[in-house]
Design a protein around this ligand. Structure first.
Ligand SMILES: [Zn+2]
Length: 390
């Protein structure tokens, strides 16, 4: 027993002596596809002005952050934060910002920082090619915030933590900071694993309390899963416990001394490179699953924006061409036509297309390459638009 305490004592002494990381990190949840601590730390070191896991550690302050909302669990959280006089930072999905604009306006009115967490939570690192990650996920969410609260956030957090180095450079050029975390409560995991809500809440409290450090960025969630009540309850007990250790609560922009909002010049420079209607078309075209679901046509096997696999009615190339025709009717003011007939070559098929505006001018064109199974089912659909083909 003595020996163990001595080892722990030595480790603690080493931690105190070390002026730089490695910091004691919350463990990654195994087998859940989480980004590794090593990758996050590497990117934080390569992009010290743009990609942050935490503050420098000089001040006795922490930032609570909540991802994925807003949801119907968010108002209870806002009530708690208001009662305690704590300002937090919310990384929200654009689709939820549009679904709950009144919650977004309330959070902003109560002094919280709101930030971009993509439109629909894909792994952005898989969407870098063709600029889809920015146009269809981040710019679309910036527009949602602009529409609801009249400004665009200067902070973003990538879903699951995945960003390529090239994407971090692109964010830097746009004046957007990528905010990761140094304390992962894994609240989604504990709430999923522990069915008793108060036990789940106690576990979330325990993890945060154990790993807390000066200038920590704490990751929690206000949406997703069956409920976020255990997170809300954990926040109620954590705030006084963290205060009792001498900490104050700040927003991420205050913690890192970076802006929370883009300037109007930056906002203008961040306009999507395609006009809004064309963007909407590309969403439909790259993501026909939404149309398939709406039509009740089949079961989606996988979707990550550039590759869509569907089972059911979508069998063979003629059915795909039928889908394209179907999508045409959903496009506001745009017309799609095939520029080449569908050509099938063994297990591959391809066709060309172009999109015209109301005046008949071509605004985008491209080629789709389909990978077919032996039964003619589409295994994979890859869209190459004119920006990739140039
Ligand atoms: Zn998320």
């Amino acid at each position: 027993m003595h020996k163990i305490w001595m080892v722990i004592g030595l480790l603690a002494a080493e931690l105190v002596l070390a002026q730089t990381p490695p910091r004691l990190r919350t463990p990654v949840v195994e087998n859940q596809g989480q980004v590794s601590a090593a990758q996050l730390e590497g990117q934080a070191q390569r992009f010290p002005q743009t990609f942050f896991l935490e503050g420098p550690g000089d001040r006795q302050v922490v930032a609570l952050t909540f991802d994925d909302g807003p949801s119907l669990d968010t108002p209870a959280l806002l009530d708690t934060l208001k009662k305690e006089g704590v300002k937090a930072t919310f990384f929200w999905q654009g689709q939820n910002v549009l679904a709950h604009p009144e919650i977004v306006r309330r959070a902003v009115a109560e002094g919280h920082t709101v930030a971009n967490h993509s439109f629909s939570h894909p792994n952005l690192s898989k969407m870098e090619e063709g600029g889809f990650w920015w146009d269809l996920q981040l710019a679309k969410t910036q527009s949602a915030f602009q529409q609801v609260v009249g400004f665009q956030p200067a902070l973003m957090r990538p879903p699951y933590g995945f960003l390529n180095d090239g994407q971090i450079k692109a964010l830097q050029a746009r004046g957007v900071h990528a905010i990761l975390w140094s304390v992962d409560s894994a609240d989604w995991y504990h709430t999923w694993k522990i069915s008793n809500e108060s036990l789940a809440s106690a576990q979330i409290h325990e993890v945060v309390a154990q790993y807390l450090h000066p200038e920590a960025i704490v990751l929690l969630h206000d949406s997703g899963g069956r409920t976020r009540r255990p997170t809300v309850a954990a926040v109620q007990t954590l705030i006084p416990a963290i205060r009792a250790k001498g900490y104050q609560f700040v927003t991420v922009d205050q913690l890192l001394k970076v802006p929370a909002k883009l300037t109007s010049a930056q906002q203008a420079a961040n306009q999507p490179s395609l006009d809004a209607t064309l963007q909407q078309f590309l969403v439909l075209f790259n993501e026909p699953d939404a149309a398939i679901r709406a039509a009740g046509w089949g079961k989606i096997l996988s979707d990550d924006y550039l590759h869509v696999s569907a089972e059911g009615v979508l069998r063979g190339v003629p059915a795909y061409a039928g889908l394209v025709t179907q999508l045409r009717t959903q496009m506001m003011g745009l017309k799609l036509e095939l520029t080449t007939p569908v050509q099938q070559l063994g297990e591959q098929a391809l066709f060309g297309w172009r999109v015209m505006d109301a005046a008949g001018t071509t605004v985008a064109k491209g080629v789709n390459v389909l990978q077919l199974a032996a039964d003619g089912r589409i295994k994979q659909n890859t869209v190459y638009n004119d920006r990739q083909l140039q």
